[in-house]
Design a protein around this ligand. Structure first.
Ligand code: SF4
Length: 426
């Protein structure tokens, strides 16, 4: 079907996106709470309920469970941060200094899971800026994966032969301080900010590049886009016969699980085969609400995988990561990737030893369900792509036998007559 024909039978014009508030609004006023339309029930865990009664008194459960209310009420300014958190001098100073992209942005729901009086609490460390963010360390850069170099039209990164990254929006519901795209997300008017013209350019590129069989929609977070507009975009992509399947990378089922309304899951279900990668950080995120959101997506037949960034002092410990990976399985999410943190500008305080990642893989492999073990990888700086880092299980050879080390460190041999694998280790 031609692009013209597609336009001709097009869906209704999509609704307006949720608008980003200016990044300069760090000192802005508390959000207004407006009456929201009635929405279906959603679980509210006890800690979160206590939080919203304390900090958002007068807010109804229906409002709290309305994802648009959560987006509008995000904690964006120093005044709001100070109202909810006991800020350290370092956090306060860092928030005051901040300008440009990657503003502070935390949904009230996600804030309810954080340590309000403890600056060292893991989730809080990932979302409230500190002075370390302003220190440039060797090897760091604004675009460590060289995505700009592989950008063929605005929003399309075409690095691998058969698949592309489609940056659909610059908006997220929460802003992670270690974000690989810190240079562009949350920056109103920035180059990756949503614009229909930009989407049309991207779609026109994909129409003619028939070698592309896999499109990963990312951003920003594509789930910040309204239902109708995302439906419209997925429909346009689905209409291209050479695109075999779609993937979406999102953090919203974790930080704003109320986004996964039943209608939204039903809409996504129309676009199979569709896979979703969830950005997960810590076992504290595995709440009743998160289980509801992943359950709705899984019930819509969508395969769910997780992506976790290894973060120093936050989750770089088997005592944290093993329960996280096991817990994800109970939420119907397959642990997929564990990434070393990309060396973006000001990220040294998040990047620990790569060895810690291997230690975690060793603690998982063989010790627990195989499904719970993700791939540990480094996304090679400079655009080299993902490189898997795995414990070396090949010990050497003994004639026709390959010698292997198991998860307990014991050596076993496997008959491999005529093979050469392991000779270099003899
Ligand atoms: S949700 Fe993803 S794109 Fe948005 S700030 Fe976090 S890591 Fe970056």
């Amino acid at each position: 079907m031609s692009l013209q024909a597609l336009r001709g039978r097009d869906l209704k014009p999509p609704l307006q996106p949720v608008q980003e508030r200016p990044a300069s609004s760090l000192k802005d006023t508390p959000p207004q709470t407006k009456p929201a339309r009635a929405i279906p029930r959603f679980p509210v865990n006890p800690q979160t309920r206590a939080f919203y009664r304390r900090f958002f008194p007068g807010t109804s459960t229906a409002e709290w469970n309305d994802w648009r209310w959560q987006m509008r009420s995000r904690i964006r300014g120093l005044a709001e941060l100070s109202r909810i958190f006991t800020l350290s001098a370092d956090e306060r100073d860092a928030a005051e200094r901040h300008q440009g992209a990657l503003p502070v942005g935390i949904t009230p729901y996600y804030a309810s899971l954080m340590g309000l009086d403890d600056p060292t609490e893991p989730l809080r460390r990932t979302h409230i800026m500190t002075g370390d963010e302003y220190r440039l360390s060797p090897g760091e850069g604004d675009d460590p994966l060289s995505e700009d170099h592989d950008t063929v039209v605005p929003g399309i990164v075409h690095r691998y032969p058969d698949r592309v990254l489609f940056l659909t929006t610059g908006t997220c519901s929460t802003y992670c301080r270690y974000c690989t795209r810190a240079r562009v997300v949350g920056n109103p008017g920035g180059e990756y900010q949503f614009a229909m013209k930009q989407w049309e350019q991207a779609l026109a590129y994909l129409e003619v590049h028939t070698e592309v069989r896999d499109v990963l929609l990312s951003g920003g977070d594509p789930f910040t886009i309204g239902d109708d507009k995302l439906d419209w975009l997925l429909t346009r992509l689905r209409a291209m016969k050479h695109i075999e399947f779609l993937r979406i990378g999102t953090k919203m089922p974790i930080v704003l699980p109320q986004r996964i309304t039943k209608d939204f899951a039903k809409m996504l279900k129309k676009h199979h085969p569709l896979f979703i990668s969830l950005h997960v950080t810590h076992p504290k995120e595995l709440t009743d609400e998160m289980r509801e959101s992943t359950g709705r997506l899984a019930d819509a037949g969508i395969p769910l995988g997780s992506q976790t960034v290894l973060l120093k002092g936050i989750n770089d410990d088997p005592a944290v990561m093993v329960p996280l990976m096991q817990g994800l399985l109970t939420c119907r999410v397959k642990p997929y990737y564990l990434y070393a943190c990309d060396p973006i500008r000001g990220s040294a305080h998040f990047r620990g030893d790569v060895e810690k990642g291997l230690e975690i893989i060793k603690a998982l492999r063989g010790h627990t369900t195989g499904y719970a073990t993700p791939i540990f990888a480094i996304d090679a700086p400079g655009g080299g792509g993902k490189i898997q880092i795995a414990p070396d299980s090949i010990v050497g050879r003994n004639g026709n036998d390959l010698l292997l080390r198991n998860f307990e460190g014991k050596i076993y041999s496997y008959p491999d007559p005529g093979g050469t694998l392991g000779i270099d280790k003899e």
